[in-house]
Design a protein around this ligand. Structure first.
Ligand SMILES: [Zn+2]
Length: 278
């Protein structure tokens, strides 16, 4: 039982809270998820910080295991003992491309670290505007005839959240700007062999109005959407879902299985029944 996708696009919107995803603020994303699958109660890892969450996405294990919670090169030593997702994918003949803004901070650090470990095939810098990043990721996906995993990262909502507070007017404007960039996803979604996953790395405003690292449900909660023609249409799931479920789901979708140490599960309930039962 494996998935039948040839392409997976994972879009990480740094610091996007699920309650910002409304038709008024994010009409494009709201429209896309009408035809897709949503996890109502998804959570990230703890600590709810970007480096920890991105490293969990890249390695399939929680921060307790990978140890990367701050962008410090000294803690990289534990990563080679793990089974990074890009390396597992490369064994299956699937390349990994990361598209991030030129000044993308934490994402570029994690991508650079994984690049040095040999997992990521390409790191494509994009101009620091969400539309450019998402269009760059979509172009990469559509232009490559081979199986591929593309990760796109945008951080406009996190920057606005730290500067003005989560759910403030400027924060919601940043969410709306990211949303306008999401129109590029429509072209990718016409191919039935493509799976698009949209998530955040953490919420924000749970304890401090302009931060997200304290343990708090509002900092833990993340949006998690799966989109594509082989995804349950218009379904909202209340089954427990975690950021850690994304790496096994990506591997499954592209025809593989997760290494034993991966802590998450395949989000089976997100896919059309024929795909799960064959
Ligand atoms: Zn932040």
């Amino acid at each position: 039982m494996t998935g039948e996708f040839r392409k997976v696009l994972l879009l990480v919107i740094d610091g996007l809270r699920p309650d910002a995803v409304t038709p008024a603020v994010m009409p494009v994303l709201s429209g896309l998820i009408e035809d897709g699958w949503s996890a109502a109660d998804a959570v990230t890892v703890r600590p709810s910080v970007t480096v920890a969450a991105l490293t969990s996405l890249a390695t399939g294990v929680s921060p307790e295991r990978h140890g990367l919670v701050h962008p410090r090169l000294t803690s990289l030593g534990r990563v080679p003992a793990l089974a990074p997702l890009p390396i597992a994918l490369r064994r299956m003949g699937v390349a990994t491309t990361v598209v991030a803004p030129v000044l993308g901070g934490a994402a570029r650090w994690v991508a650079g670290a994984l690049l040095r470990l040999g997992g990521i095939t390409r790191l494509l810098p994009a101009p620091p505007a969400p539309g450019h990043v998402i269009a760059g990721a979509t172009d990469q996906l559509l232009g490559n005839p081979r199986p591929e995993f593309v990760v796109a990262y945008v951080n406009d909502t996190d920057i606005a959240g730290h500067a003005w507070g989560w759910m403030s007017a400027p924060y919601l404007q940043a969410a709306a700007m990211v949303d306008r960039g999401l129109t590029a996803l429509r072209a990718a979604l016409t191919d039935p062999g493509t799976l698009v996953i949209v998530c955040a790395d953490h919420g924000g405003g749970g304890v401090l109005h302009n931060d997200h690292d304290h343990p708090h449900p509002t900092n833990d909660r993340i949006p998690l959407f799966l989109l594509g023609k082989q995804v349950q249409c218009g379904a909202t799931s209340r089954e427990p879902a975690r950021l850690l479920d994304i790496p096994p789901t990506v591997l499954w979708a592209l025809g593989g299985t997760a290494p034993a140490q991966y802590e998450g599960r395949v989000l089976n309930e997100a896919f059309v029944r024929e795909l799960i039962s064959t």
